[in-house]
Design a protein around this ligand. Structure first.
Ligand code: ASP
Ligand code: MG
Length: 440
């Protein structure tokens, strides 16, 4: 069994869906195909939900109509036969009828999740209708039948496996299954989701649950690159990464893979391949248990970071001080990314400002606080970095013109991170591209 996940841009145009069909019918291997919503749809649904939440029904209605029109055009381009086009329009219109009904009732968070689910529900139905038109045998697996999160919003692979196996068992002999990414049921049985970009996470969970031979993530770029192609001139795809390296990169800014999607594959040891729908023969990136080589593989940047400095003379020779600080962050479910300490001060970074006010208030009695916003973590990721002679010299020599606010080294053998102001992010990535990889 293999898993093939296609992202929004891979299904975002009728001709792309045709390409996806080619890719999934190339061999007769048993597979589960996981689809995202058509590109732009989830953003539009978020907009519809936001408009409803603020009581702006006119705006919500306008967005619903716009989206509906987009699907009408999509259907006419995707399908050839008039009766299939009519059938598809009927199916899709049911989803827009649903959105229009929601418009009339009082809005709440559970309804919002129903709204957000419409994208994946529609993309998979359209794709299955297309397969039906061209006579490709397949079985549609509704993700809401097996993809579940518990009361802590955590998916449990073994629970998913049990449900998934039941559905698969009912279709022995079938080699092609189509299902949705992103959507799931929560502990209350309501429709929920795995957060934005969560289709990768779905694919990895399904791969772990089905004990798949590989989890292929098909996007519009040929794998993970050594640097951000939007910021530096030249980058190269990374051929191989370990799960640990990929986790650091996904978390610290490489947008191509949802960070949570690493753990199910890692825990159940399922290789992950990042591939390009537009260039299916490109090697892409293979992510497996062990790294194939030592040294730096990539740099990545994560914006939206806040640095909090806590300075206190009471920290001098005291114990238990760090615990007190960490407890404040724990209380507000805010995770810390970087931390550095001196004898009288601690600096930490967080990427969520949701509870910053409360956190600041509770930290204030512990020492003098300084809060610095608009920061970026730049991570240098690779294998056994602490054993690399000269890496730090290279790193800091490249960045003599950049003001560095924090450095984190030794936390893991896969990552050296520095904190810079976001206004210096591009320059930092460009200088590191030259200094570490010898690229422009
Ligand atoms: N459609 C969802 C989103 O745009 C999930 C995904 O595509 O991964 O966030
Ligand atoms: Mg994605």
């Amino acid at each position: 069994m293999k898993i093939m996940k296609f992202g929004g841009t891979s299904v975002g145009k009728p001709e792309r869906m045709h390409q996806v069909k080619d890719l999934i019918t190339k061999d007769g291997e048993e597979k589960i195909v996981v689809l995202s919503a058509l590109s732009g749809t989830t953003n539009a649904l978020v907009g519809i939900g936001d408009a409803m939440a603020t009581g702006n029904k006119l705006k919500a209605k306008e967005l619903i109509d716009q989206l509906s029109l987009h699907y009408d055009h999509f259907i006419t381009d995707l399908l050839v036969k008039t009766e299939m086009q009519e059938k598809a329009k009927k199916v899709i219109h049911e989803h827009f009828d649903f959105l229009n009904i929601i418009l009339k009732i009082s809005f709440n968070d559970a309804l919002n999740k129903d709204i957000l689910a419409q994208g994946e529900l529609m993309s998979t139905k359209l794709f299955c209708l297309y397969l039906e038109e061209i006579g490709v045998n397949h079985v549609f697996l509704p993700a809401l039948d097996f993809m579940a999160i518990d009361s802590n919003d955590e998916p449990q692979v073994l629970a998913i496996r049990e449900k998934l196996n039941k559905t698969l068992d009912a279709h022995r002999g079938t080699t092609l299954f189509i299902t949705q990414g992103y959507i799931c049921r929560n502990a209350k049985g309501e429709v929920d989701n795995l957060k934005r970009g969560g289709s990768d996470y779905s694919a990895s969970l399904i791969a772990a649950a089905a004990n798949a031979s590989v989890c292929e993530i098909w996007t519009d770029i040929d794998g993970m690159h050594n640097n951000d192609p939007r910021i530096v001139k030249s980058t190269r795809a990374i051929e191989q990464l370990s799960f640990d390296e990929a986790a650091e990169l996904a978390y610290f800014g490489a947008k191509i893979l949802h960070p949570a999607s690493i753990w199910p594959a890692q825990q159940f040891n399922i290789p992950v391949k990042l591939l390009n729908t537009m260039e299916p023969d490109a090697k892409g990136t293979l992510i497996v248990k062990e790294a194939d080589s030592m040294g730096v593989k990539a740099v990545a940047a994560k914006d939206g970071i806040v640095m909090i400095k806590i300075k206190s003379s009471r920290m001098l020779l005291a114990y238990g001080f760090l615990r007190k600080i960490f407890e404040v962050f724990e209380k507000y479910k805010t995770s810390i990314d970087m931390i550095t300490t001196s004898e009288v001060a601690v600096s930490v970074t967080i990427d969520s400002v949701l509870h910053l006010d409360e956190i600041s208030k509770e930290l204030a009695p512990l020492g003098e606080l300084e809060i610095i916003r608009d920061q970026t973590i730049v991570s240098v990721v690779g294998n056994k970095l602490t054993q690399q002679d000269g890496l730090l010299t290279k790193l800091f020599d490249s960045l003599t013109s950049i003001h560095i606010n924090m450095v984190s080294y030794g936390g893991s053998a896969h990552n050296v991170s520095i904190l810079v102001s976001t206004e210096h992010r591009n320059k930092t990535l460009q200088l590191l591209n030259k200094g570490i990889f010898g690229l422009d």
